[in-house]
Design a protein around this ligand. Structure first.
Ligand code: ATP
Length: 255
């Protein structure tokens, strides 16, 4: 897969190293589905202006981690703070207001509504959204702008992914939780989407917590990687170092 974002990432990372500011801090987080312990004491930090990738095989707990951070799954222990404020089990509206946006896997849109209507309906859950925020999303995603009057069911997978990311950006979040955006997309489209995510991070200081099974692509856009296995953190390191660790890649990352 093309390392579209890699060069930018390398340049950006050097400048950021001295000024790392934690935005989202997860400490010792646990969650269960009945008897299944899906998260077992997970700790990680997502820093401002960085892409933090959470990687691991099927069932490692990646989706559960994002869902527990954003309150869709109730934690059984641990703490989540956003900009220093404890948001563990806070209502979703409070999290949105504090600057968190979650893009779940599956690219959920309302198929019968147009692209523009989907953005407008999405904005209803995101507080006051001005016209300029819609313009900004259309500027970021010209392909979506071209298709704004088309029903969402006519969009390709990549376009749908852009639409759901655009919808999440309407509230100008500080941190974006992105769940498996590459799933089922052609490498060229994945590179395009990751390139855009990288741009938002480098140019606007957005923070991204990216969950991916496609570890190779994710590490090409990420600054830091967190590898999960069976609900626990195996290792946290600079993305480039994880990508260079052949044993780790073979054991946990599938490439
Ligand atoms: P994938 O990439 O397949 O989505 P993942 O790393 O995101 O995997 P999770 O979906 O978070 O992993 O699953 C973690 C564990 O929790 C797995 O053992 C899974 O079977 C279990 N699990 C996930 N969702 C549920 C659920 N709704 N009910 C019961 N068990 C669940």
């Amino acid at each position: 897969m093309a390392d579209v974002a890699g060069a930018t990432r390398a340049a950006g990372a050097a400048g950021r190293a001295a000024t790392a500011v934690p935005v989202l801090e997860v400490s010792d987080l646990s969650a269960s589905y009945g008897p299944v312990r899906a998260l077992d004491g997970v700790s990680l930090t997502a820093e401002a202006g960085r892409v933090t990738a959470v990687l691991g095989a099927n069932g490692a707990g990646k989706t559960t981690l994002l869902r527990t951070i954003s309150g869709l799954v109730r934690s059984t222990g641990g703490r989540v703070t956003l900009d220093g404020t404890d948001i563990t089990r806070a209502p979703v509206e409070a999290m949105v207001q504090k600057g968190m946006a979650h893009v779940p896997e599956g690219r959920g849109v309302i198929a019968e509504l147009t692209v523009d209507e989907n953005l407008r309906v999405g904005s209803l859950f995101r507080g006051r959204v001005g016209t300029e925020e819609f313009d900004r999303v259309y500027d970021l995603f010209p392909r979506i702008a071209e298709r704004r009057d088309n029903p969402a069911h006519t969009l390709s997978g990549g376009e749908r992914q852009m639409l759901v990311i655009g919808r999440a950006l309407l509230a100008r979040p500080k941190i974006l939780l992105l769940d498996e955006p590459s799933l089922g997309l052609a490498p060229r489209i994945v590179a395009q989407i990751f390139g855009l995510v990288r741009r938002l991070v480098d140019e606007e200081g957005l923070s991204v917590l990216l969950v991916e099974q496609n570890a190779r692509s994710a590490l090409s856009v990420a600054d830091v990687g967190v590898v999960l296995n069976l609900g626990r953190v195996v290792v946290t390191d600079e993305a480039a170092r994880l990508a260079a660790d052949e044993d780790l890649r073979h054991a946990y990352l599938g490439f």
